[in-house]
Ligand binder design. Structure first.
Ligand code: PEP
Ligand code: MG
Length: 620
């Protein structure tokens, strides 16, 4: 299959380049063309780049709908045999996966399938299904799913980290049996053999992590917003993505030819010749602009009047660490460690975590690395940690709240970090701190972890800075109090915006409210930076706003010390930093703080950018 992906031709992100370019081209994307018969769908531009290729509809990630019907007395034996056949098929599949894992993965991952095989063969489990089937006289898939639901809910509710992880294993095996009963062919995104554009309702983090990234060239989903975790992972993997289209899975069919424009949030279905020609032209234009930006990669981020800031990268997986240096990052400002925990068993495996953190620190040499402690919950529901009974997961048991209630799990991670800290400059950051009590509890668990390491005679880093994320309005409002106990702040605008405006960041219906330039958000940001400076600590930002070129001058003017962003955004932000004076930026920030609406702030920022960075390339 022929697939063209021009994003790869340049080192840097196109989204910001086009955004930047469109500022002084009347906000009209340069490659807008009128189309006739083909269809165009609009969604949320989530990950930069433009790509053309064939659609692949992926509905496997969803839990199959389980039918429920009665079985007559004379058919019960046949129903039981149908179940046994499905179990045999599942065992064959597990054996295949086990073999593959032994060849391609490490022993730890292969062991998972051994445990799955034992579960599929468990005679007690089969007896339980048989008893229920003959007593209840209902179809096998219904019986299996209800028994498994009861079992897993109990395990999850137990509060024991190990038992919670067993729940995901049981669900995995049971889903295999249910799929076989329903004759749904199992397909893993890891098995992709050709280039595709992935179309899904939503993408689970686990799907995103295991998918064959060499073949997934674009992502289109019904759900999700620009700061949802699917969006964040798409950017981490540099795959163009348009999310939140609502009906993509209904309107696009496998095999349809698509152009996915991750910069403008447009998906063109079955493009005509004119659209294909426009696609090629745009791709060339992006590549040229990206080449132009490459010259900023190795220059320091210092303003024209000598003010130095740090531009760091956000990463989601350890493998990314080695790649970010090519974008000229001053370090890692946010390593979202939670994606590591998708591997079952990892939360209790200090050694495996230690090795991973060590790899990241080593890859960065003497550049600082900020690892955020486990931030599960909200839209990052990992079935091995969470039961499905939270009514409001975004306001629920997530991030630091979750870790404080599982001190053993938390300490395992902290010990691994303390040990890895000897390999470089490590900073640790707690997510979702909402007040001083929470910070004190987390710090005292950290001290316990330290004492445990010392007791075991383990070598640890003694001078690790512990900072906090400011992503809840209560934290921003009490930043002066928190600054007494935190070594630094990092503003998480993705959540700060969500919680200030009460708008779910993953819900496309309220995406219009996700406005980083809302005066309330800007006031929280200013308050946080001012409180940090008054206490003599640094203020960083690691939410998506830090990489938005339109915000760079405003944030500089507000006094932000460190910007941490999608690595591909660094060169353009650096260009803006190096082309501005702190004095001008401060003036801009003062005017911005007087605006009463986000429209006014945006207009001001756009005018400022057009004046300070006039277009150079006519044909951009
Ligand atoms: C944030 O909330 O801005 C942030 C960086 O954290 P995450 O996006 O992982 O929630
Ligand atoms: Mg957050």
């Amino acid at each position: 299959m022929k697939l063209t992906h021009f994003r790869q031709s340049g080192a840097f992100s196109g989204v910001f380049v086009l955004l930047f370019v469109s500022i002084w081209f009347d906000s009209v994307p340069c490659f807008a063309v009128s189309f006739n018969t083909m269809e165009q769908l609009s969604g949320i531009p989530a990950s930069s780049g433009i790509v053309m290729g064939k659609a692949f509809l992926y509905l496997e990630g969803e839990t199959p709908e389980i039918p429920r019907y009665s079985i007559g007395d004379d058919s019960l034996e046949a129903e039981w045999r149908r179940l046994l056949d499905a179990v045999e098929d599942t065992k064959r599949e597990i054996a295949g996966l086990q073999k593959r894992a032994e060849q391609e993965l490490d022993k730890q991952q292969a062991d998972i399938f051994e445990a799955h095989m034992m579960m599929a063969e468990d005679p007690d489990f089969l007896d339980q299904i048989k008893d229920r089937l003959f007593a209840q006289k209902e179809n096998a898939e219904w019986i299996v799913s209800s028994i498994v639901h009861e079992k897993t809910q109990k395990l999850i509710a137990s509060g024991d980290a190990y038992l919670r992880e067993r729940a995901i294993d049981i669900t995995d095996v049971a889903n295999g049996v249910i799929r076989n009963l329903l004759s749904i062919k199992r397909f893993s995104l890891a098995d992709l053999k050709e280039d595709i554009i992935l179309i899904a309702q939503d993408l689970l983090p686990s799907d995103a992590l295991i998918m064959n990234k060499n073949h997934v060239k674009g992502i289109v989903t019904d759900m999700g917003g620009r700061t949802s975790h699917t969006a964040i992972l798409s950017r981490a993997f540099e795959i163009p993505a348009v999310l939140g289209l609502s009906k993509a899975t209904k309107m696009i069919h496998s095999g349809d030819m698509l152009i996915v424009d991750g910069d403008n949030g447009v998906v063109t279905v079955n493009p005509d010749e004119k659209a294909v020609a426009a696609f090629s032209k745009t791709s060339v234009r992006i590549a040229r602009t990206l080449d132009e930006l490459a010259e900023f990669r190795d220059l320091p981020s210092v303003t024209l009047d000598g003010h130095r800031v740090l531009l760091k990268a956000n990463i989601e997986t350890a493998e990314e660490a080695a790649r970010i240096l090519k974008y000229g990052a001053d370090g890692i400002g946010l390593y979202r460690s939670e994606f590591l925990f998708i591997t079952p068993g990892l939360s209790s495996d200090e050694e495996a975590q230690y090795q991973t953190y060590k790899t990241v620190l080593k890859a960065m040499g003497d550049k600082p690395v900020t690892i955020r402690t486990l931030d599960v919950g909200g839209d990052k529901i990992f079935p091995n940690f969470h039961s499905d009974d939270e009514k409001n997961p975004l306001l629920g048991w997530r991030a630091i709240r979750f870790c404080i209630s599982f001190p053993e799990l938390f300490k395992t991670q902290l010990r691994a970090m303390l040990r890895a800290g000897t390999e470089g400059t490590l900073k640790i950051m707690f997510p979702m701190i909402s007040g001083i009590e929470e910070l004190e509890s987390a710090l005292s668990i950290f001290e316990e972890a330290k004492a445990e390491c010392r007791k075991k005679g383990l070598q640890i880093a003694e001078d690790i800075e512990i900072g906090i994320m400011i992503e809840v309005p209560s934290a921003a409002m009490t930043a002066d109090i928190l600054a007494k106990k935190a070594a630094f702040f990092s503003i998480g605008t993705n959540d700060l915006i969500q919680y200030s405006l009460a708008a779910d960041r993953g819900n496309e219906k309220v995406n219009y409210l996700t406005q980083p330039f809302h005066p309330a958000v800007l006031r929280f940001i200013k308050k946080t930076i001012d409180a940090a400076h008054a206490a003599g600590i640094k203020a960083a930002m690691c939410g998506e706003l830090a990489g938005d070129p339109l915000a760079a001058a405003v944030l500089l003017g507000l006094g932000l010390d460190e910007f941490s962003m999608t690595p591909q955004s660094i060169p353009l932000v650096k260009k803006i930093v190096r082309g501005s004076t702190l004095k001008d930026c401060k003036e801009l920030a003062e005017r911005v703080m007087e605006c009463s609406s986000y429209h006014a702030v945006r207009a001001l920022a756009e005018t400022w950018m057009a004046e300070h960075f006039p277009p150079r390339c006519k044909d951009l």
